[in-house]
Design a protein around this ligand. Structure first.
Ligand SMILES: [Zn+2]
Length: 407
């Protein structure tokens, strides 16, 4: 075999296991294996988890916060600042920034990414082509799904629908959408589904990014998803406006979302930065109601969205930091809640983005991360060093860190 991981902890309270990896797959999980392997790694009781998943990211506009500040911190200024910068982006610039972003993310144990890659008639496919190129270049380190993302709208930006079809022909994996940034949200959703059905691809929508629950299209999206037989193939990012709804109005929407099998990506870092900017006191958290959605049977995920731009001027590419931030914000720190957070950056997004053979089980893909912690329940709150990242059955990252306390 290629790799034998000795003495890993898969679950708290269970005996330690050995995990065998060969030809990119997990071939055995047993106690005290004695097989010969090219590489033997003794985990000494440390936690092994499946690779983290960044289920909502923007590689093409990362690392530009230092170019022009968003002084008000509002979504409006974030959009206008970015629109001013976009014409200055060259292929080389986007390639360099996206690559640096991937190199920040991968050592932190991410083995799959869904990135929204935008285009419009003014900018053409400059960034989109670069992201497709990087998908190929990085395929041994991380699986990248590319979302064809019409950031400037479809109806109010003539020519975009044609470009979306072209983007699908060029190799996009997912049809994106942003109904709140278009002149007719329902028509926008209809166009997204028309393209998704034509190319038999899933849908991923930027939805209800607002402090107030007005002009929402989420109920229409649920209806459309069910009518088109797209249950389980639709995801939404943000969905912050739902936070503003009282229980009597929120519960039926959550029930409809669960019925439609719509997954949700909470984009905590961005939503906290841009949300509730008009609240002078009693400032709201402006993040989607994670616990209520989870308890209502909605597949909940946490993702990073942006790294260092006008939408999110911070971030170091570590999804564990994003998850940690979400714990207090989402009231997820209690013992029963805490254990639901790790799946929000592993199993849940794997389901949301349709990964197959994901997870630590015999026959599955060997995409795993060895954490420098011995308690799985602490996998996030320790923010442990990612000691080994294994992708497609190969060690892609090794970390060593020695800290000495001089008493
Ligand atoms: Zn986004």
């Amino acid at each position: 075999m290629d790799i034998l991981l000795k003495n890993v902890r898969l679950n708290d309270g269970e005996s330690l296991k050995d995990v065998a990896i060969e030809d990119g797959r997990i071939t055995a999980i047993e106690e005290n294996m004695t097989a010969i392997a090219e590489r033997v790694i003794d985990a000494d009781g440390r936690v092994l988890i499946p690779g983290f998943i960044e289920s909502h990211l923007h590689l093409d506009k990362a690392l530009i916060a230092d170019r022009k500040p968003n002084n008000s911190g509002t979504l409006k200024e974030a959009i206008s600042v970015t629109a001013e910068l976009k014409p200055t982006f060259t292929k080389e610039d986007i390639y360099d920034r996206a690559k640096r972003t991937l190199d920040m993310i991968i050592p932190n144990g991410v083995t799959a990414i869904r990135t929204h890659s935008e285009f419009d008639p003014a900018q053409g496919f400059t960034g989109f082509e670069i992201v497709l190129k990087l998908k190929e270049e990085y395929k041994n380190l991380v699986d990248i799904q590319v979302v064809a993302f019409p950031q400037e709208g479809i109806i109010k930006s003539p020519g975009t629908e044609e470009m979306m079809n072209q983007a699908m022909e060029m190799g996009a994996d997912v049809v994106g959408g942003i109904p709140y940034n278009d002149s007719d949200a329902e028509k926008h959703i209809d166009i997204v589904f028309k393209i998704a059905k034509k190319y038999n691809k899933p849908v991923d929508i930027h939805a209800e990014f607002s402090d107030e629950a007005t002009d929402m299209s989420i109920e229409y999206l649920c209806k459309k998803t069910i009518a088109e037989g797209y249950q389980g193939k639709v995801s939404v990012g943000h969905l912050t406006a739902l936070h503003a709804l009282p229980k009597a109005e929120l519960d039926p929407i959550i029930a409809k979302m669960a019925e439609a099998g719509i997954s949700v990506m909470a984009l905590t870092a961005t939503d906290l930065h841009l949300g509730a900017r008009n609240d002078e006191y009693n400032v709201r958290r402006a993040v989607t109601p994670i616990r209520k959605l989870r308890d209502g049977g909605v597949n909940m995920c946490i993702a990073t969205n942006n790294i260092r731009n006008a939408f999110t001027p911070y971030g170091n590419g570590d999804i564990l930091q994003t998850a940690m931030l979400t714990i207090p914000v989402g009231h997820l720190g209690g013992a029963n809640d805490l254990k639901t957070v790790l799946p929000m950056i592993t199993e849940n997004p794997a389901k949301a983005i349709g990964l197959v053979d994901y997870g630590i089980a015999v026959g599955n893909k060997a995409d795993v991360v060895l954490l420098d912690t011995k308690i799985k329940g602490n996998a996030i709150i320790d923010i442990p060093t990612r000691l080994f990242v294994i992708k497609n059955g190969k060690v892609t990252v090794e970390s060593t860190k020695e800290t000495i306390i001089h008493r």
